[in-house]
Design a protein around this ligand. Structure first.
Ligand SMILES: *Cc1c(COP(=O)(O)O)cnc(C)c1O
Length: 458
């Protein structure tokens, strides 16, 4: 609120979900039983769950009321018509398909556009996006601006795509071999960093020039609109929704995981301008997701998505959402916690290699921080470093990831400011007890995606 320091949630609480308060001794045992991998904890052993912002939103009273009105008809469901109308109004696209989550829309579109010899270019492909493209046999290239790879460097739009490299890449591979240019807003893998309208316009111009398809990965398009209004000239007075609408108007289609900015727990969609592409995708949708008026979703889910997509653009909500994430990050920065800056929209990223500089990379400083956060504060977070991305050479020696980060992702409308303040206090404790933090060793791991199920010892 203007003129006040305290951030208040722009909502009251009608229904509560209790958190089981645990002691450090209890958490010590839970963590040991989970082999020092918080993915293996059960959720009731966690007090504050910052594992992900995906599918963890709290729905509003209006959304719950909408659930009761869900029309479960197989064809022509009214809930679908409502969801379709909301998305058409937001995106301006004619052809809209519901899917059970974002990656289903990705598999359909990139499976169709991809295949051997095709190349996709993005500011940063999200991991499911890259997986779907590579699974089709195509190649996925990331070209963020150079500033994006420096954790502590300040830049207002660190999510931008390097447009000089884009044009060069299109020329190098040949326009007809480009499956699509995909702009991820905000840039999830790059720390939730925003993309400017200016950058989007330039990408649009280049894509039009070479007749290349331009797709928006719009999971966090509302959060991105917040940054445009507050950081980019001439957008100060624009509504968040009109900023998002302008962004869509520069592209040829969009993919969304509704588990982010649609404020629901499950769902997604694919939206396209071209009838030719839409017809091809429609066939794949019916074969693998469901008929065009539900695509893997219940009527009640579609009702909740339609309402969530309206609520997410409200001024009070977005102002609170981003202020709260910024508050968290800025306070940690004041304490001297090394962070990725500027603070992004949905998460705070800690540079664990710097924070625990006494723990060598092969002892996983990120995982050590994840464990300490849980032990001292019951907070669950995720390592994004060598546990997630590390590989081994022929001799079995670790090839570390470029950065050792820990992500604290904030679920939407779930935790209050006092939870955030508590988390800041936990960090104060971690700073005092830094030297006692210990590294870990992996004792068991699967071949793929090892971070989900690896077992550690301390
Ligand atoms: C979550 C996410 C996806 C995938 O969506 P799911 O609903 O998890 O399948 C794709 N892109 C981005 C940027 C995401 O954050």
């Amino acid at each position: 609120m203007e003129g006040f320091k305290t951030i208040i949630e722009p909502f009251k609480i009608k229904m509560v979900e209790s958190i089981k308060v645990t002691t450090e001794a209890q958490r010590e045992k839970f963590l040991k039983d989970a082999h020092y991998n918080p993915f293996l904890l059960s959720s009731d052993q966690v007090m504050i769950d910052f594992l992900t912002d995906s599918g963890t939103s709290a729905m509003s009273a209006n959304q719950w009321a909408g659930m009761m009105q869900g029309d479960e008809s197989y064809a022509g469901s009214n809930s679908w018509l409502r969801m379709e109308k909301t998305i058409r109004d937001l995106t301006g696209f004619e052809y809209i398909f519901p899917t059970h989550q974002g990656r289903a829309a990705e598999r359909i579109l990139y499976g169709y556009l991809g295949g051997k010899g095709k190349v996709f270019i993005s500011n940063t492909h999200f991991d499911t996006t890259r997986a779907n493209i590579e699974f089709s046999g195509a190649e996925a290239i990331d070209i963020p601006i150079p500033e994006a790879t420096h954790p502590a460097l300040e830049h207002p739009f660190k999510g931008n795509l390097d447009t000089v490299k884009l044009e060069a890449a299109i020329k190098q591979h040949g326009a007809k071999n480009i499956g699509a240019v995909i702009l991820t807003v905000t840039n999830n893998s790059g720390g939730g960093q925003p993309v400017s309208m200016k950058n989007t316009r330039e990408i649009s111009r280049i894509c039009k020039k070479y007749k290349v398809l331009f797709v928006l990965d719009c999971c966090r398009v509302a959060e991105n609109a917040y940054f445009i209004r507050h950081r980019e000239k001439s957008f100060e007075k624009r509504s968040y929704k009109s900023i998002a609408q302008e962004m869509f108007s520069l592209t040829d289609g969009a993919i969304m995981s509704a588990k982010k900015d649609a404020l629901v727990n499950m769902g997604g969609f694919l939206a396209l301008k071209s009838k030719t592409h839409a017809d091809a995708c429609k066939n794949l949708l019916i074969i693998t997701e469901g008929f065009t008026t539900y695509g893997g979703l219940s009527g009640r889910d579609m009702e909740a998505i339609a309402i969530g997509l309206e609520e997410v653009f409200e001024d009070d909500y977005l102002n609170y959402r981003i202020s709260s994430t910024t508050f968290f990050g800025e306070h940690l920065k004041k304490l001297g916690v090394p962070l990725m800056t500027p603070i992004g929209g949905h998460a705070v990223y800690i540079d664990a290699k710097k924070f625990y500089n006494h723990i060598p990379v092969h002892k996983y400083p990120g995982q050590a921080l994840v464990c300490e956060l849980y032990l001292k504060g019951g907070i669950r977070s995720v390592e994004i470093g060598s546990v997630m991305f590390g590989k081994y050479d022929e001799k079995g020696k670790l090839i570390p990831a470029p950065m050792e980060l820990v992500r604290l992702a904030i679920p939407r409308r779930v935790y209050t400011q006092s939870h955030i303040e508590f988390a800041i206090e936990v960090f104060e404790k971690l700073i005092k007890e830094k030297k006692s933090a210990k590294g870990l060793e992996i004792i068991e791991e699967p071949k793929f995606l090892r971070h989900f199920s690896a077992k550690f010892k301390r």
